[in-house]
Structure formats: structure tokens, C-alpha cells
Design a protein around this ligand. Sequence first.
Ligand SMILES: [Zn+2]
Length: 276
Amino acid sequence: MPELPEVEHVVRGLRRAVLGRRIIATDLNLPRLLAAPTPPTFKRKLRGARIDAINRRGKYILFELDSRDVLLVHLRMTGKFLCIQQDEPLPPYPHVVFYLDDDRRLVFSDMRQFGRLRLVRASNLHSLKQIEELAPEPLTDNFSLDYFLETLAGSRRSLKQLLLDQTRVLGLGNIYASEALFLARINPSKSANSLSKVRALRLHQAIRNIIQEAIAAGSTLRIDLTDGDSSYIGTSERFWRVYERAGEPCVNCGTRIKRIVQGARSTYYCPRCQRR
Ligand SMILES: [Zn+2]
């Protein structure tokens, strides 16, 4: 599943590929991927709309249209965008096809079919529950140390589980949560409200560093929207410090990395560097 940095890459790739284009028509080949409105309304509202901006909030991709509607897309497990030329054949699983004014087609393809699309009025975007409840963007000033301290103080959950809660701390999935705790040298099982201010500061910094690092690592890759798998290179081929390295030596101290299960998800950590 793509994590926030990978979604950021997809957004940047989409900007390069389709920003400023108008949608001439839309084929909705798998209507159940559309959360709202109804398929006929969806197609009608998109007809002639120009893509004025492409942004991201959490893992939602936001196509901001000149019609003052916003197309929200969540990739979930396997959703991906491909941009193909007029004479190219459609890729496998062409679930939604947007015909663009330059004769190319933007295709949303989703093998596992968990992806979701929704069209909303721009003025209603921020009152949409799944957008409104998201924690501040991790690389903005809104994710301040004060905010983080308050969030920690209000939770008795383990740090690892708190970090996965996108309504509290945004941007860390299962991979980056383990990596951030390792960078900060903090035990993943420690309860959130027992973290000292000094260590909270270290974790706050580690969260930002790990997300910045992931975005930077991916930006050296060419995200080619005509090759559907390229947006996943960022996750699958990177070297992780602890993630999926159980039994291997810690990069800092050589101790074997341990795997534990927290909330039904695997956590990886160094029992020595992250003793407490
Ligand atoms: Zn270690």
C-alpha cells in the first residue's frame, strides 16, 4: 500500500502529466469505485472541467477543477493512474477513463478495486469527515511541537499505535512508523503519555526527517505515469533500517532486529538502541 510519500510522488507525476488539461468525457467502467455522486451526475459535472490544481491531503489526491468541484481519489492498495496516448491500448483494469482535451487519456486502474473516487464541491471539501478528521500535514507548521506534545499527553496507547492513527499524527504508515521510532531511539511499546519532552522533540524531528527522506528518495526516481508500477518503486526497492529486517543486525549497534506484533501489525525495532 502506498504511504504518504508515495502518494506525494503520484501527485507530482500527475501535475507534470495533466495539469491544465480539460476533461472532455469520462468512462466509468466500475461504478462502485465511485463513492459520490451518482455516475450520471459525476460524468456530467466533469464534462469540460479544467484541472487547475492537483494537491494532496493525507493520502487523498485532490484534483481541483475550474468548475469549483474537487475530485478526490484514494489509491488504497493498488489504485494507480496511467496517462496514455490516443493510439495506445488501454491498460489492464481501466476502471475509470478520463478523456483529455489533448487526445490523451488519464486512466485510473485498480487491480484490487479498493480505490475510491468522489466528486465534491470545493466549498464542502473541508467539512468532509475523512478530510476534516485528518491530523495536520507533517511537513507544515501546523504539525508543531506543541501540537505533538498535546497529542502525546492525551493518549495512553503505545507510541507505535498512536503514530499509525492518521487523525493524530499524519503521514506514517506501518513502515515509516517503525523507521521513525528507530531514528528517535525510542521503544515502540512505550505509552505515548509517558514520553519526556526531550524524547518527544526527538520523535517529532524523526517523523519529519523520515517523511522528507522518503520524498527525497523517490524524487530521484522517474515517476512515469505510462508505467503503472513505477510509483511503487519508492517503497519496494528501498533499504529500511529496521522494517522487515527481523534477525538482521542493527545498522547502529549490530544487535539483532526484533519483530513484535502491535494491534495486529508487525513492528520492527532494535532492542538495544530502542531499549526504552
Ligand atoms: Zn541497535
